[in-house]
Design a protein around this ligand. Structure first.
Ligand SMILES: Cc1cc2nc3c(=O)[nH]c(=O)nc-3n(C[C@H](O)[C@H](O)[C@H](O)COP(=O)(O)OP(=O)(O)OC[C@H]3O[C@@H](n4cnc5c(N)ncnc54)[C@H](O)[C@@H]3O)c2cc1C
Length: 356
């Protein structure tokens, strides 16, 4: 294994922020993953499994352990009538899987086009966008269990998926190192058209081609500065920095009252009711209402000019500046609405969570 010392991490993250990893290795198969794990055990250092670095904030001092960059590749499809099982190596690029599925006319992930990162990270926070979540197509997650030190297969219920949540970033955070994910797609399926932007463009979903929907999703995302693909304006960010808060109806009442102090109507789309009876609040609206407009800048970091939910690094920003701004936003939103925003990205190399 080619273990490197003091390897820079900032260029391996979409924020372009953070110090080096004490140790760094690239792996391309499960055997190398186990060797890397053994190395860290022998050195008694923590490990961090890196995908595309699009959902992390790395500490300015870096990571005091072994960073394992996952390059496990491979895609194989098994078709039975209209069911397609797609087995994907965790190091494959997520958006390429979406493109591949749409090109083959396999439905289920077309609205998740343009999300950066790799296959292995998709189940971690149960990536979602435009009315789809990856949890609705995950059949199996194959992973190395760092506790039992064995390879395991976790089926969909075992992953306990919720909104931007699973066992992998929840109760069993860091325990499983994912090597493969099996997705269950539908050949010739109808695209998911639930978002208004998409409804306007595709009034009859049955007539919409999956590849057209995929393209429309990318264009919609681009207007919000949420695409990191060649030819699109790029911001150094982790996409949405905060999750949309979900509150009970009872807890919503005082929030609504606070909103009405400065807004006479609800005509701005700032919440929506869920099937569970709870209410999901649009985090970007709360942030703007708390005084942070798109384009807000503080030092080298700020808020994307295209979306209030994306914090960005203009150039030369540090993790300290970024977490400082995030805390300020968190506090102002809490003062204004009594709601504490929960960050989406993982914090790497921090002794304590900087925004808990
Ligand atoms: C412009 C932009 C737009 C975005 N839009 C969306 C969006 O619409 N919806 C959405 O849900 N997210 C979005 N994101 C967030 C991000 O792209 C996703 O969370 C993505 O799945 C992260 O993948 P990654 O490979 O970059 O993971 P990384 O950032 O490398 O890692 C994230 C976490 O996953 C863990 N991890 C990574 N791979 C593995 C593995 N194989 N096994 C175990 N743990 C692993 C890491 O250890 C870390 O804790 C966006 C980000 C950006 C920059």
């Amino acid at each position: 294994m080619d273990i490197q010392r003091q390897h820079p991490l900032h260029d391996l993250t979409t924020f372009s922020i953070g110090g080096p990893a004490d140790y760094f290795v690239e792996i391309t198969n499960e055997k190398e993953l186990l060797e890397a794990f053994d190395f860290a055990q022998n050195k008694q250092v923590p490990i961090f499994l890196l995908g595309g670095g699009s959902n992390i904030v790395v500490h300015d001092k870096g990571f005091p352990g072994l960073v394992i960059a996952n390059h496990i590749k491979g895609i194989s499809a098994l078709r039975d009538h209209d069911q397609v099982e797609l087995d994907v190596g965790a190091g494959e690029t997520w958006d390429e899987i979406v493109t591949y599925a749409a090109r083959n006319n396999w439905a289920g992930i077309e609205c998740l086009a343009g999300i950066p990162g790799k296959m292995g990270a998709a189940p971690i926070q149960n990536i979602g966008a435009y009315g789809q979540e990856v949890s609705s197509v995950v059949k199996n997650v194959r992973a190395f269990d760092t506790h039992t030190q064995k390879m395991v297969d976790l089926d969909n219920p075992a992953c306990r998926f919720e909104y931007r949540k699973s066992i992998f970033n929840g109760s069993l955070r860091g325990r499983y190192l994912i090597t493969h994910v099996t997705l269950e797609l539908k050949a010739g399926g109808i695209p998911t058209i639930t978002y208004q932007d998409l409804k306007d463009q595709f009034p009859d979903p049955e007539k919409a081609a999956l590849s057209e929907v995929r393209k429309a999703v990318i264009e919609t995302r681009a207007k919000k500065g949420m695409v990191i693909l060649p030819g699109y304006e790029n911001y150094r960010s982790a996409g949405s920095f905060f999750k949309h808060p979900i509150v009970s109806k009872k807890d919503f009442a005082p929030i609504h009252k606070a909103w009405r102090q400065t807004n006479h109507t609800d005509h701005i789309h700032w919440f929506w009711p869920l099937a569970s009876g709870d209410i999901k609040l649009v985090a970007a609206r709360l942030i703007q209402e708390a005084g942070f407009e798109p384009g807000y800048r503080k030092g080298n970091v700020g808020i994307s000019p295209k979306h209030a939910l994306a914090l960005i690094n203009h150039e030369g920003g540090t993790a300290e500046e970024l977490t400082h701004l995030a805390r300020e936003i968190q506090e102002r939103v809490e003062e204004r609405f009594g709601v504490r925003l929960v960050p989406e990205p993982e914090f790497v190399g921090f002794a304590e969570h900087p925004l808990s």
